[in-house]
Design a protein around this ligand. Sequence first.
Ligand code: G3H
Length: 481
Amino acid sequence: GRLVPWSGPQSPVLSPIHTAGEGGEAEPVRLGRVPDLEEGQALECLEAAYGAYDHGRGPWPTLSIGQRLSHMEDFVHRMIARKDQVIRLIMWEICKSRQDAEKEFSRTVRYIRDTIDALKDLDRASSRFVFQEGILAQIRRAPLGVVLCMGPFNYPLNETFATLIPALLMGNTVVFKPPKHGCLLYEPLLEAFRDAFPPGVVNMVTGSGSRIIPPLMESGKVNVFAFIGSSQVANSLRQRHPKLNRLRCVLGLEAKNPAIVLADADLEVTVRECVLGGLSFNGQRCTALKIFFVHRSLAQRFVRELSDAVSSVSLGLPWQDPMITPLAEPDKPDYLASLIDDAVAQGARVVNEGGGSRYRSVFRPAVIYPVDARMRLFHEEQFGPVLPVVPYDDLEEPIRAVIESPYGQQLSIFGTDPGRIAELIDPLVNQVCRVNLNCQCQRGPDTFPFTGRKDSAESTLSVFDALRAFSIRTLVATRDE
Ligand code: G3H
């Protein structure tokens, strides 16, 4: 509820964009600085949230839904007033193209408004009286307590808000940590939070996650852990909670979404969707297409057309609105190069000319063929602009790969025979949570359920499901004889 003046240590926030420094040496543009909280200061933020919740008796959880909604509407107005600044920071901090940064902002505003509408519906549907077997009961949706929210760098605004907003609307109080790449954009938004919500309801911590998040979990005062990012980080953090069985987790994790290209696929549509699915925002999307199984009869043509299309995608800086921009994470180019080296050492090749070449943080997208299960690219989530193509003879091969994958978010099937596709839907939809027909994988519209099986998710993130995830159904009941 207040902005705390900071005189402690700070870390520089660096852009993936380089500029000529003194003496002509290229160096990343310095965008600002962010406070490096110590454990004690992070715990103070948690105490603020804990106090504002006050075992469900605090001013926020006891407000009526209508009152909470008007705080949220006030927040949206304040957020929109800061639109240009937030969009500019998304472009500089994570190098999203201007168009995509604007889309992230407007999508988030829409997400909040849809969540407000969904809460009105949920309230109408939930807060009702039921009478059965002599018991008259009023059912109510109630909050769960303190929610710790952490979002990923690729949607630093949208995916942090995807959990923070429904958590708040249901009457919980929140501590959130913005992603390391994508934290400065919260500077303008903090004022909006402070002015729109009562003290202690929204709290932000920044600094080293491995230093400040474990003590928050160990305190036992976090009731819901809402995390979008790597499975390994999510698992190691939740294990720190002293009463794991009482911790509710809302997790959006990793994926290795496959495209399965059938022998009769329309190549023009398939290649267009595979480029979009594999390369939008440099492939830095959990929903990106990350492996391409193509029937052998079509594989050579597919690879040729895909490489031609990949060779002509635009590279540039965010304000030029290209498809490929500098990668957000400084160590990503080396990681991608190691995946390509591993595949090449085992017999695959880089098909498109210049694929995988680098200029500072810009990585030219690469089509790698033929990839097989011995290679790391077959299994690891590259989260970057590398497209591995796997030829298959029998459809059982990609189906088996989907079944054996540790992930289960989405997949895409490309083909023109409706009967053939229909036969595949049932076995495959039981392995993932969304099957896309002749189109790329994607999360939206945000009112659709968004989740995954196996190591890809726990709980469902979408407008309606998230409101349910951050609340519990309770009853007030009496015997009515
Ligand atoms: O990174 C995962 C995002 O939820 C992907 O969302 O499909 O709208 O890009 P998107």
